[in-house]
Design a protein around this ligand. Sequence first.
Ligand code: NDP
Length: 258
Amino acid sequence: MPAKANPLFDLTGRTALVTGSSRGLGRAIAEGLGDAGAKLIVNGRDAGKLKPVAEEIRGSGHDVIEAPFDVTDEAGVEAAFERFDSEGIAVDIIVNNAGIQHREPMVELKLSDWQRVMDTNLTAAFLVGRVAARRMIPRGEGKIVNIGSLMSEIGRATVVPYAVAKGGIKLLTKGMAAEWARHGIQANGIGPGYMLTEMNEALVSDPKFDAWVKGRAPAGRWGEPKELVGAAVFLASPASAYVNGQMIYVDGGMLSVL
Ligand code: NDP
């Protein structure tokens, strides 16, 4: 039975903005929400790179709007939502997915790199969440899904700012739920484990790291981007109506053993 045949998971008539959906996990999540019936707003920094992706997603039968903007740019984020307002587009579902990685020991780390990771992986979810919630509150409904990481729960050497930002995502999610639940808004998070995307290209091709992931994850393998779709559709749909402030870890069981 296709997901949209079950009303609990049906997103027909809903519009979803997925930040950082020009590739990787964001693109897979966007396509999954589209398969459940949502109209999609896709995003990345580069309009030229976003266009062919949007065309491909349209080609598989989805309704897609392109919204190139930098999630770290407060004015750009505000302008994107003003554009949605002027075009009569109400955004019902936000997936704060855009993110970057930076690997370096802390003693070498420049403040500018620390700040860039914080801005992209944490502050952007506040900026996009805030502008979206200002519009969701008067409508009395909205769904926000923040993409954390298994590093929302654990520290790890050489990726400290990333883990700090992802730990922040967990508490930002709880804060959004605490402030906005009374307005009908739900904010939850997904914490992916080690997934096969461009972000991890260097790690996948490093035999030692590849063996570490396969040895440590009880699933014995890396995750596929499409394996996040179930959690994303659940958190964006009526099925999760009384779930708020929670993280769902989609990590092949890794957090259970680390
Ligand atoms: P990718 O590097 O494959 O994709 C990142 C996406 O974010 C791209 O679409 C990129 O678009 C976009 N992006 C980056 N910076 C910005 C910005 N400032 N403004 C707008 N868009 C931006 O990463 P993944 O798909 O692997 O990761 C997606 C999310 O999942 C991230 O938050 C990441 O931290 C998280 N995650 C990933 C894991 C993994 O194993 N892959 C594990 C746990 C969490 P463009 O470059 O076109 O701007």
